[in-house]
Structures are given as C-alpha cells and as structure tokens.
Design a protein around this ligand. Structure first.
Ligand code: SAM
Ligand code: SF4
Ligand code: SF4
Length: 330
C-alpha cells in the first residue's frame, strides 16, 4: 500500500498514554504541562483490545514493525498484557521509554514478547539529566533500567540522546565513553520543532555532521551500511571495534522521502506525520460497530492520500498549530 508519494506503510507507532513522569523541557515543559493540563481521559483511551485490533488490521496493509511509545508507556497500567497480545502478530515489537520505571519491569516485558527496546538518555551527568528532564526521578534509575534490560536479554539497546546546543552537547563524548565497549547503540538526534510548546529555535540544533566530527576526533569512526533501506539513523562503528553509534539528522538532512511510519494516538487517532496538526479518528468507527473490512478501508484511505513531508518543507513553511510529541508518540 503506497501513499501519494509512493511510500509504503511499514511502521506503526502506538502511543499508549499521553502522560509522563518526566517533564523534558523540549517535549513537555512543566509550565505548559502543569496541574491543569487536559490529558486524554480514561473513557477516550483505546482499550488493549481496540489497540490490538487496529494493529492486527495494519499487518496485511504492510506493517512489519510496531513500536509502543507515549508519553511514557510504562505508566500505562497492565502494559505487559498489551505486549503479550501484540506479540502474537507477525511483526517486530519494540518500545521507546524514558527508562525510569524499567528496572523492575524489564524481564516481564521480555517474557511477554517485546523484542527490542529504546531508552531515552540525554546525559550521563546527573545535574544535566535533572535539568533536561525536570524530574525528581534520578539518572541512576534509568541506568539501572538499562542494566536490568540488558540482563533480561534485550540485546543492543538503542539509547536516544536529543542534542541541544548549550544544554547537553558538552556531554556527548561522556555518553560515548560510558557505552563504548557495550552492545548498546547511542543515537544522537537533532532537536526538532515538534509541537507548539518547546519554543524551538534552529540555532539550538547541533547538526549531526558536527556531532560526528566531535566524536570522530576523539574516537575515530567508520560508516556502517544501512540495516534496511530507508533507515533513519546513519550508522557508524568505532574504528577500534568497540561498538556502534548513530545520528538522526531529522532537521539538517530530512528523510521524508522514505518515511513509512504511521502513528496511533492513545485516543485512537491515526496520524501520518510527526508534525501534523490533526489525525483521523478511528475510535468512533471502532466503537460504533465498524467491521474489520470497514476499518481496514479507512486506514488505507488515509494512508493512500498522504502527502506529508514537513521536514523537507520546513524552511519554507509557517507551520500551523501542531500536535504535541507526547500526544502523537515520538
Ligand atoms: N517517554 C518516552 C521516551 O522519552 O523515551 C517515549 C516518548 S518520547 C516522546 C520519544 C522520543 O522522542 C524520545 O527519545 C525523546 O527524546 C524524543 N523527543 C521528544 N521531543 C523531541 C524533540 N523536540 N526533538 C527530538 N526528539 C524529541
Ligand atoms: Fe516524557 Fe519522553 Fe517527552 Fe521526556 S521525551 S517528557 S520522557 S514523553
Ligand atoms: Fe515523516 Fe513527517 Fe517526519 Fe517527514 S516530517 S519524516 S513525513 S514524520
């Protein structure tokens, strides 16, 4: 199934909650996501059966990978039960988490059938970590979570580091040092203008090329081939064989041409671009008795009409009000 720009649907990112126990300044700044913020209400949240049904219907349409995300997915009650249900589908099943609650949950997630894990980690300096994430939860919880996940059998955990100039860029080499010699893969991500809350400025972005030069000067790098066509991360191996890193140049080298991701929000809206101003409601048809054929036709109709390529147009576009990252699911 191809969209209007000939892009297949391969990935479905499923946000299971828009709530989070962190308040990362670039995603959910506390002054905008405070006590009065209106999160998705319980009645509107898709049930696990509803999520499973949508996911199942996307498989014949081409989906090969599901990623559970949020908000913070580990805040969703009984998440392991959803993982167990989704693991019956013939797809790769991954999750992105901030890792703070991972230490006690890693083995049950693994046993339930989660195949791959990404943990967000913007700094290995406790003070910088606290400043970026604006939470009382400590860096040590996340590091313990990564260690527990590794012990539970998750191999090559991906560690996402969003780089912001003047905030955490001075710690890039410290992160490399911390994870060189482990199977884990740190991926440095250019800070993006998602949502309306983070007051993004282009001069806060550290271009991926600069990140690579900084690392290469200390730890020489060799480019590695793509794992699959259209992979968003550019991969590099340390020349001395001590592991792999990646960069995701969403701002300076956009990859809309090969974007094959759809997103399902926690309230059942199908979103076809991270920078969209809205989605397509699937909850109403789900709850008013639509058949599998009708739901599948709706999903196909939304995907085949898709023309999104925001990152390629960024310089020339005055973006309308956008959905928040914590709502769409990163
Ligand atoms: N809470 C989970 C976490 O942080 O891993 C999952 C959801 S979070 C929205 C998913 C990813 O989006 C995280 O790796 C986060 O760092 C990234 N992210 C959030 N806001 C971003 C921004 N403005 N630019 C780039 N990445 C961002
Ligand atoms: Fe929460 Fe993840 Fe957003 Fe940070 S990036 S506020 S951990 S959803
Ligand atoms: Fe895909 Fe939209 Fe990001 Fe482009 S801007 S890569 S279309 S999500």
């Amino acid at each position: 199934m191809l969209d209007a720009l000939n892009r297949p649907l391969h990935d479905l990112r499923i946000s299971v909650t828009d709530r989070c126990n962190f308040r990362c300044r670039y995603c959910m700044p506390r002054e905008k996501f405070g006590a009065n913020f209106e999160f998705v209400t319980r009645e509107k949240l898709l049930s696990f059966e509803e999520i499973h049904r949508i996911a199942r219907l996307t498989v014949p349409l081409g989906v090969k990978k599901l990623r559970i995300t949020g908000g913070e997915p580990l805040l969703r009650a009984q998440l392991t039960s959803l993982i167990r249900q989704l693991s019956s589908l013939p797809v790769d099943l991954a999750m992105t988490t901030n890792g703070a609650l991972l230490a006690d949950r890693a083995s049950e997630l693994r046993e339930a059938g989660l195949t791959r894990l990404t943990v967000s980690l913007d700094s290995v300096d406790p003070d910088v970590f606290a400043k970026v994430t604006d939470t009382q939860l400590e860096l040590a919880c996340v590091l313990d979570g990564i260690a527990a996940a590794s012990a539970a059998g998750f191999k090559a955990i991906k560690l996402n580091c969003v780089v912001q100039k003047g905030i955490n860029d001075a710690g890039i080499l410290a992160i490399c040092r911390r994870f060189r010699g482990t199977p884990h893969i740190v991926r440095f991500i250019e800070y993006m203008d998602v949502g309306n809350s983070n007051d993004w400025r282009r001069d806060q972005v550290v271009p991926a090329q600069q990140i690579l030069e900084m690392i290469d000067a200390e730890f020489p790098l060799r480019p590695a081939p793509e794992n699959y066509p259209g992979e968003v991360a550019q991969r590099y191996h340390y020349a001395d064989g001590s592991g792999e890193i990646g960069v995701i140049a969403s701002v300076t080298q956009p990859f809309c041409g090969s974007c094959s991701r759809a997103r399902l929000t926690s309230e059942g809206s199908l979103v076809t671009c991270l920078f969209a101003s809205g989605g397509h409601d699937l909850r109403a048809p789900l709850r008013s008795g639509a058949s599998d054929e009708e739901l599948s036709a709706l999903i196909s109709a939304h995907w085949t009409k898709r023309t999104d390529r925001y990152s390629e147009l960024r310089r020339n576009t005055k973006a309308p009000r956008r959905l928040e990252m914590s709502y769409v699911g990163g």
